[in-house]
Design a protein around this ligand. Structure first.
Ligand SMILES: [Fe+2]
Ligand SMILES: [Fe+2]
Length: 203
């Protein structure tokens, strides 16, 4: 791992530590997005009586793999012995969730499996998603990394009034309705869609 990524000295302050790492690689935009996602994840965790600190750590680290350029991600994933799915080969952006998990574990020394799993599925979700998976997933979609207001913001916020599952489903349904336009449909996203559809008994 150290041949791929410069190591940093950890201060124990997550926000400062990711700032140092992302500054080294000139990713200020990712830093700002990650802080916003961490804060939103904390707010959502509090609302649902979940661990705010864990949610925040997941938020800070979820996009840390931004330090690896998109066109190097598949090669890096293979070097890290991460399983690369066909869909990820076609559209390497999606592998960033798995690489972030590995960096969180190896460089930032996170050993909480719940946090690592949430990071690992923050773009696609997965079936039987845990509460922290859903908190990070929703926080990342509300505080998205693009300009302007997300087109699904009203639906996701209204659904969040009901439950985390409803909020996740609001966003995944939005994607699902537009799946013809997606570059690929990741199998975890498809699993999450049908899993939530059954659980929420949506027609
Ligand atoms: Fe991401
Ligand atoms: Fe993100």
């Amino acid at each position: 791992m150290n041949q791929i990524i410069h190591s940093i000295s950890l201060t124990g302050d997550w926000e400062l530590d990711i700032q140092h790492m992302l500054e080294q690689y000139n990713k200020p935009h990712t830093y700002e997005h990650s802080v916003r996602v961490a804060n939103e994840a904390k707010r959502i965790a509090k609302r649902f009586g979940l661990d705010e600190e864990e949610a925040a750590i997941a938020g800070y680290l979820h996009d840390i793999s931004a330090i690896i350029p998109n066109d190097e991600r598949i090669q890096v994933a293979e070097k890290m012995q991460i399983e690369v799915l066909q869909e990820e080969r076609i559209f390497p952006m999606i592998i960033h969730q798995k690489i972030s998990r590995r960096i969180a574990e190896d460089i930032f020394k996170v050993n909480n499996e719940g946090i690592l799993d949430a990071i690992s599925c923050h773009t696609t979700l997965r079936k039987n998603a845990t509460p922290i998976d859903m908190v990070l997933f929703v926080a990342d979609k509300i505080e998205w990394d693009q300009n302007g207001t997300p087109p699904y913001i009203v639906e996701i916020k209204e659904a969040l009034e009901q439950s985390l599952e409803h909020a996740c489903f609001a966003y995944i349904s939005y994607l699902w309705e537009r799946r013809e336009n997606l570059k690929v449909i990741h199998p975890w996203l498809e699993d999450a869609y049908f899993d939530l559809k059954v659980k929420l008994e949506v027609e």
